[in-house]
Structures are given as C-alpha cells and as structure tokens.
Design a protein around this ligand. Structure first.
Ligand SMILES: Nc1nc2c(c(=O)[nH]1)N[C@H]1C(S)=C(S)[C@@H](COP(=O)(O)OP(=O)(O)OC[C@H]3O[C@@H](n4cnc5c(=O)[nH]c(N)nc54)[C@H](O)[C@@H]3O)O[C@H]1N2
Ligand SMILES: Nc1nc2c(c(=O)[nH]1)N[C@H]1C(S)=C(S)[C@@H](COP(=O)(O)OP(=O)(O)OC[C@H]3O[C@@H](n4cnc5c(=O)[nH]c(N)nc54)[C@H](O)[C@@H]3O)O[C@H]1N2
Ligand SMILES: [Mo]
Length: 763
C-alpha cells in the first residue's frame, strides 16, 4: 500500500461566511440546529424516539459529554442538549459503510476526503480487512479476524510490543474486561484519551487532595456563592452545564470566567427547556470576564493568591480559613514564603490583564466562602498544566472551600465514560493494590512494569519497539499530536486494529495489515446468550448508572465491545483460567467481578438497577485527605509559564468548533464564533494582523517552532477576533500537525495542544 496516504485533512477551503458573533447562546436556534441534524442523519420518526431516551433514567447515556444528569428532576421531553442530539444523530445515522463501499473506494481515495466527508460516510457494518500490499478493505469473518489478531499478538517477542489504546466511550463492563485481557496477555500498555485530556488534573488532584477526580456534585451548584469557569467552553462542549450555572445565578451566586476568548455560551444563555424564555434577552451568566492571555493562568492565579495574602496580613482571619488549614492541610508556610518571591508587577504582563480586573476577582473570592472552580482543556494542555491545577487547589484550600456543600473542585471531563474507564483500570500506571486484587480474583501474574502512555506509545511504534496497535474506539491518528510523525509510527506496525462505530482517518493510516471491527453504539440494543444486556458508565461527578440502548443495531454483523474483547481473549490467551465466554453471556457476571476487585462497587448489580445509579466514594468530598503522601491536603509551589515569544511569534491554542465532537465533524459551522462553512481558520487580534500587514480572510501558512524543529500547516484564513495580543486559535484536528510530540506537560506528559508557538506567513 502507498506510504503516502494522506494523514492530514486536505488543504481545500469550503467557502467561508463570517457572521456577527451572537450575543446569546442556546434558545430556539439550538433546538432548530439539533433537529436539523437529527432529521438529516436519522429521519424524524426514529429521531424523536431517540431524543426521548437520551439521559432518561431507563434510557441510554448520551455519548456526548460526561456532564452528570440531575439526581431528581429531569426535563420532560429529554435531558438533551443541541450537541448531545448531534452526537446521537451521528451514531444513529442512516448512512452505512458496507463492504461494497470499501470495494468502490480505495484507502488512498478515502484519505483525500475531508474529515467531515469521512465521518458522514456512516456506520461500519461488517468486519473489514486490509491485507498487506492491498489498497481496498475486504470483508472478513469475525472468527478469521480474531484468529489473525491472536496470531500476531502471540508472535510478538514480548507482550510489551503491543499497544492497547482506549477512547472514553467504552462502558465499564467492556473496559474492565479489556484491561483484564491486556494484563493477562502480559502488558500494562494501556494508553488512553485521558493522556491527552485530563491527565494533568488527575496528577495534580491526586497529589494535593488524594483523589484524581473532582469533589463536587451537581447539587453543589445550587449552593455555591461563586463559580469560576477557567479554560473551558461549556456552551459548546458541556451545554447542560449552562443549566447548572443558571441555577447558581438564580440563587444569587456569581460567576467569573477566565478565558482568552469571550465564549458566548458563558456570557448569556436562553434555557432550551423553557420555551417561554426563548424570546427576550436571555440570562447573563458571567459577572466578571478576565480575558487572560494563553497560558497566563498561573501568573493570574498567583496574583490572586498574593492579593488574598495581602488582605489576610492586613486583617487577620478575614480571608483564610485557619481552622480548616490547621486541621486539614500541609505546606501553608512554604506556599506563603514562595508567594513573597514574586512581584505583582512582574507577573502582570503574562496575564495581559489590568490589575484592577484581577483585584475584582480576588475580592469576589475573598468575600465568598463557597467557591467551585471548573476547568477543562484550557488548563490541562500546557507545559505547566499540572501547576495550573495545583494553583487552583491552593486557592480553594486557603478558603477551606472543599469538602463542603457548594464548594470544591470540578474538572469537567470530556468523553462520556472516560472517568469510568480509569476506575475500571484502563491506565498504563496501575496501582499495585489494584493489580494485587486482579491477581487474587483471576489467578494470574499481572505485569508490574508501567506501560506506555499515548506519547510514549507513538515513540515506541516509531522505534519499532511496538508492532501491534489495537484501538478500542477513538481516532488515534487525528487525536494525537504531530500528525506526520504519528502516521509514520502507525505505518511501521505489523498490524493495526480499530474497534469502531464510524469510519475515521485511523482506518486509512494503517500498519502493514489492518482490521476494522465494527461495534454497537450506546443507542443500540445489546443481545447476548442470556438475553438483552445493559451497561454502566460513570459521569464526571462519580455517579455510576446504567445505560441501555433502544434502537435495533444498524447491522446484524455488529458485536458489542464486551463480546469483541471476550472472543479475542478466549482465542489469544492459552493459559487463562477466566471463562471469557461465560462472562460475555451475561454482563451481571462481569459486574460481579468488578465488585470483587474494585472498591466502591459493593452490591453493584443491585445498586446499578436503582434508577439514577449511585455515587462512588470520594475522599475529598468527605473532607478526608488521608490518601495523599502527607495524609493531609497539600499546598503546592507552582511556576508561571516560561515561554518567551520572539518577535513575530504567536501562541496558538487548538480548540473545538460548535459543530464537532473531537475528530468527528458534525458540520462546518462554528455558530457561536460567527464562522460558517469553514474549518481552516486562524483567529487573530486585529492589531496583530495590522502589524503583519494582514487583512481579514487573507490566506496564510502556519509554521510551528519547537527547539530547532519546524512543522508546517498550509492554507488557513485569517479571522479577526476578540483575543489577546500574540494569541491565536485554530481548530483541532486540522492543526495537530503543528503540535510537536516532544512538547508535553511536565509530570502528566499531556501534549501541549493549547501552547504551540507559531509564525504566520501570508501566501
Ligand atoms: N460538542 C462537543 N462536546 C465535547 C467535545 C467536543 O469536541 N464537542 N469534546 C469532549 C472532550 S473529550 C473534552 S476533553 C471536552 C473539552 O472541552 P473544552 O476544554 O471546553 O474544549 P476546548 O475547545 O479544547 O476549549 C478549551 C477552552 O479553553 C480556552 N483556553 C485555551 N487556552 C487557554 C488558557 O491558556 N487559559 C485559559 N484560561 N483558557 C484557555 C479556550 O479559549 C476554550 O474556550 O469536551 C467534551 N465535550
Ligand atoms: N490538537 C488537539 N488535539 C487533541 C485535543 C485538543 O484539544 N487539541 N483534545 C484531546 C482530547 S481532550 C481527547 S479526549 C482526544 C480524543 O481522542 P479520541 O477519543 O481518540 O477521538 P474521538 O474523536 O473522540 O474518537 C472518535 C471515533 O470513535 C469511534 N466511536 C464513537 N463511538 C464509539 C463507541 O461507542 N465505541 C467504539 N469502539 N468506537 C466509537 C468512532 O469511530 C469515531 O470516529 O483528542 C485529543 N487531541
Ligand atoms: Mo477529552
């Protein structure tokens, strides 16, 4: 097969239209947009039945995001949002990718499609095989496909030569079985999308609070005095969060937003569930907007900490919660001493803000006790990402704003079950205690050496230290950094396997041989030997609940992820004493095994059947920090960004449009930012445009600079936008080619997708 199969989306432009940036989000427009997607992809009748079941207590979990559902009240038609509806429509699409489709489209030909066109081709209906040297996938039987994988795996020199990636839609049951199979096979090479996502949060929170998950529940939003939303765009990526923020506001709480962009969803909002509110002005959400420079957050948070300290020094006991600090924390003195080594004047330029604005934020924090801080990728994808999150924890600890009603940490997760997958053991660095309990329950010797994370997995494949890639969902080539390097890494493999619902670019950038294993989606019924099954998932706030599809599978040939793992394990592992076929026949049996090996799942089968599910234990929520190294909540010392831009260099963040789910492109619009029908754009400050002599919609090429390496992405249109000087934004995944693999966060190893240093050249 040709080595030149295109790894990057094609350069072609699609006909941009710029509109005014809207003043309000959601409302009627969101409903019309959702229904249009559903109508086009699914049809009206099936579409309505689909929407009715999203996020209902006996329905299926929306595959959109990990935002939790209300414990009690759920909206009467459906607990859905515009982008949830799009996610479901995308999965339930009537378009099919059949063996005939593959016979008439070669891999090279498909790679010339845009990501939008690839995704719209539809659901994959049959297992498909790309033999060595061929350019078209051919139908293959399930049993032959499993045999082929088992053979390749067993021929490796070591189990560590195989990589088992997971995206975050995999159910708890499938994830548990998958990691068990991989560990019985003999490796901890279980990289996942978390490595590129909230890994920095997990690392920072475990160290400081003794749990890698957030501490708040949805109800805390009803009790908070102040919510800070930093580095997150919930209007697009977690639209149902706007409802929670709106509740906070109705009860008198305040909201601070910290973002390089004035994201409209956070500014003003019209409740989609309340038609009476569709007309009129909408509700203002943000009380104070700090338009921080990209990666200026530690500097900003440090200034806030210094202002808090100043006030406390001035008037003791007016800011810090000394009782909490004395009883529960460690390291205050070191923090305060370190703060003294910084001057506000030195920190200010990094933020791009006026001191007055920061003082207002500090005042709100000082004067309110119940504070929740929410964040996402705007904080986690930088070199000093872990510092970002630890600095947030410092603020909360000083206020004693954790482990009490209306206060705490809220890292807002991405994929709908990414948190559950980690709970189930999808992690390249498992704890010894977890491996011990697997060994005890399943009578095997678990590998102890830590495995590869995403970045290390790419390097290993590139160096031919890993030769088989297995992807449980996701779209590895498009989600990872350094597109061309990663493509080479995948091409060097003997075999690449993708378990997928829909066609994506990872099916086209392959090893010598490749397989596509088509699986059921969340919205579909799952029949096994003992009858119809349901699965379980864990949302961003640690609630485990069931999810059950209502649609007939889009093809008879689909298998559930659970069945795929069980069949493969059964064939690959010669000495396993686990009865894989029995486990897949009835998911209750898998849940029993989860209960036997993972804390917090007592009476799992019973409790998962209670509508709404149950909360997993959370020490930080309970105000107990014993699991940290000191046995207390830890203050920490953090560093502002060390990046210095040269003349004519810009900081670039790669972000999501309103019309995509990661690498799945729903449509070509970014309605909330006023960009229609185009994805190849670069947002710039108009003063920066002037200084480069650029006009609106000029065509430019982008070059990224890291150490002495250069990477190029060609053909982007300049869009003037409200963004701080020297900051720019492009869309993911078009710009991933510019993100250097070696540019990653300290400790968490997350690619720095939000801090890419670029220069911009006019064509
Ligand atoms: N519809 C939809 N929903 C999704 C997804 C999707 O693609 N589409 N993806 C899912 C996934 S996996 C995830 S992880 C989440 C992602 O959810 P988000 O993190 O909201 O997604 P991004 O588009 O990456 O947006 C990052 C935000 O951070 C801001 N930002 C960037 N750099 C900085 C910085 O240095 N400082 C500050 N303060 N802000 C910064 C950007 O302006 C932007 O508003 O959403 C999940 N939900
Ligand atoms: N530059 C840049 N890069 C980024 C980011 C960024 O902000 N900027 N964000 C990062 C983040 S936060 C994340 S989480 C990753 C996302 O990385 P991934 O999780 O790898 O990517 P997705 O685009 O979510 O995966 C989409 C594919 O999953 C498959 N799929 C969908 N549903 C199912 C299912 O139920 N089962 C199975 N088996 N397959 C399914 C479909 O075939 C679809 O094509 O990307 C990261 N990459
Ligand atoms: Mo994510």
């Amino acid at each position: 097969m040709s080595k030149k199969t295109a790894a990057q989306p094609p350069e072609k432009l699609t006909g941009i239209k710029l509109t005014k940036v809207p003043k309000t989000s959601v409302g009627l427009k969101a409903i019309v947009s959702a229904l249009t997607h559903v109508k086009n992809e699914v049809g009206i009748v099936k579409g309505i039945s689909l929407l009715k079941n999203i996020n209902q207590k006996d329905g299926f979990d929306c595959p959109g995001c990990a935002w939790p559902d209300p414990d009690e009240k759920r909206a009467f038609l459906a607990e859905y949002c515009e982008n949830g509806a799009k996610a479901v429509a995308e999965e339930a699409t009537k378009n099919k990718v059949s063996p005939l489709f593959f016979a008439s489209h070669s891999v090279d030909e498909l790679a010339k499609f845009s990501d939008y066109e690839i995704g719209k081709s539809g659901r994959i209906t049959h297992p498909m095989y790309l033999p060595e040297g061929k350019n078209n996938y051919e139908e293959i039987s399930w049993s032959k496909a499993f045999q082929l994988i088992a053979q390749e795996l067993n021929e490796l020199n070591s189990p560590d030569e195989a990589i088992f990636y997971t995206s975050g839609r995999t159910s708890n049951e499938a994830a548990f079985l998958y990691q068990l199979f991989v560990r019985q096979f003999g490796t901890n090479n279980l990289p996942d999308c978390s490595n590129m996502c909230h890994e920095s949060s997990g690392v920072a929170l475990s160290e400081t609070l003794g749990i890698g998950k957030g501490s708040v529940t949805l109800d805390d939003f009803n009790h908070a005095d102040l919510i800070i939303v930093i580095g997150q765009n919930p209007g697009t990526n977690h639209p149902r969060m706007l409802t929670a923020l709106s509740e906070t506001k109705k009860k008198g709480g305040k909201i601070i937003t910290i973002n390089p962009l004035p994201e409209v969803g956070l500014i003003n909002y019209k409740d989609p569930q309340n038609p009476l509110k569709w007309i009129g002005k909408g509700q203002n959400l943000t009380d104070l907007f700090l338009q921080v420079k990209i990666n200026g957050d530690v500097a900003l948070l440090k200034i806030i900490l210094k202002l808090m300290k100043e006030k406390e020094d001035d008037k003791p006991n007016s800011v810090f919660n000394h009782q909490f600090i004395n009883e529960k924390t460690d390291g205050l003195d070191t923090l305060l001493k370190d703060l003294d080594t910084y001057s506000i004047d030195d920190l200010i330029p990094q933020t791009g803000l006026a001191l007055k604005e920061i003082e207002k934020a500090a005042e709100l924090i000082i004067n309110n006790d119940k504070v929740i801080i929410c964040w996402a990728m705007g904080l986690t994808q930088h070199k000093n990402a872990v510092d970002n999150i630890r600095e947030i924890v410092n603020i909360l600890l000083l206020k004693g704003s954790i482990g009490k009603k209306g206060a705490g940490t809220c890292p807002v997760r991405g994929h709908s079950n990414v948190q559950g997958d980690r709970t189930m053991g999808i992690w390249e660095r498992p704890k010894a205690s977890f491996l011990n309990s697997l060994e005890k329950e399943f009578k095997f010797k678990a590998p102890r050496k830590h495995g590869f994370d995403v970045v290390e997995a790419i390097e290993a494949m590139h160096q031919k230290k890993a030769k088989v890639f297995f992807g449980m969902g996701g779209n590895f080539i498009s989600a990872t950094p350094d597109t061309e390097f990663t493509a080479d890494a995948l091409r060097k493999c003997n075999l690449t396997v993708q378990v997928s619902t829909k066609l994506n670019r990872s099916h086209l950038i392959t090893g010598k041989k490749a397989l596509i294993l088509p699986c059921l989606g969340r919205s579909e019924k799952d029949y096994q030997a003992s009858g119809e099954q349901f699965v379980s998932v864990e949302n961003s706030m640690g609630v485990v609940h069931q999810s059950k599809g209502h649609l007939e599978p889009c093809s008879e040939k689909l298998l559930s992820e659970t069945a795929i793992v069980a069949n493969l394990a059964n064939l690959t592992l010669k000495n396993s004493t686990t009865n894989w076929i029995n486990l897949k026949s009835n998911y209750d049996l898998i849940r029993n095994k989860i209960e036997a090996t993972i804390a917090g799942f007592e009476n799992f089968n019973k409790r998962v059947r209670v509508k709404g599910g149950f909360y997993l234990p959370n020490n930080a929520r309970e105000n107990d920090f014993k699991p940290t190294a000191t046995g207390k909540a830890n203050f920490s010392i953090n560093k502002p960004s060390e990046i210095e831009l040269k003349n004519n260099q810009f900081m670039m963040m790669t972000i999501r449009t309103h019309d995509q789910y990661n690498t799945t492109i729903y449509g070509l619009n970014d309605r909330y930012r006023g960009v229609l029908n185009e994805r190849r754009v670069v947002f710039m400050n108009s003063d920066d445009m002037n200084s480069l002599g650029l006009q609106k919609l000029d065509l430019v090429d982008l070059t990224s600079h890291f150490n002495n390496e250069k990477r190029e992405a060609k053909g982007f249109l300049v869009v003037p936008y409200s963004i701080p000087r020297q900051c720019t934004a492009t869309y993911f995944p078009e710009a991933n080619v510019l993100v250097p693999l070696k540019s990653k966060a300290d400790i968490s190893n997350t690619p720095t997708s939000k801090t890419v240093i670029i220069t911009i050249k006019k064509r």
